[in-house]
Design a protein around this ligand. Sequence first.
Ligand code: AMP
Length: 216
Amino acid sequence: MNMIFLGPPGIGKGTHGEIVSRKYGIPRVSTGEIMREEVKKGTDLGNDIKSYMDSGELVPDELVINIIKKRINQKDCKRGFILDGFPRTVRQAKELGDITKIELVVNFVASEDEIIERITGRLTCRKCGAIYHVKNIPPKKEGVCDNCGGELYHREDQEEKAVERRMEVYEKSTKPLIEYYRKEGVLKDVDVEGGKEEVSKRINEVIKDFTESRGT
Ligand code: AMP
């Protein structure tokens, strides 16, 4: 099952991607995470992309496309995958379509106020990458990851200025993908306002409908 979780930054694609990944036993592939890892390790690629990421700009298509090609060729993606944060431009979507068949695009829909609130309140674990929210998904102990005890931090690209830029970039470059995939007949909208459990249920329904309709 090859899926894309599509939607503005900070809307919960990562959180729900992880839940679905565990349920179906297919990996969640996040280009943002792969690239943050490169930055952390200080590789040549990491050094090239750091400034784009910190300021909320998109990393050039060629670089991200190469990363995704390598990643989805790996063995664990054979039975399918959930793409989170890729594609982000029509060019990326077209190139993805040349190398694999996308069967379902789950489109995360929320109001702008909700999006801003979610993204600015978000905390990330420095060690394992787990995601929290000061209000919606608070850690048991402030500043400490429930999973691994790592330190929680506010990602640099989630400061207000970068958030605004990421939203602009989303509107201009990524939003057109909604129509792109709607035309391909693979897009399903999911309202993601409300609690995590409720949203998770809605996403599961959409995936279940899809798997039943194709007879698996
Ligand atoms: P994310 O973790 O998906 O929110 O991504 C964090 C940042 O990584 C983005 O703001 C971009 O700078 C970069 N990034 C992640 N995925 C892509 C992509 N598909 N195309 C271009 N840049 C990306």
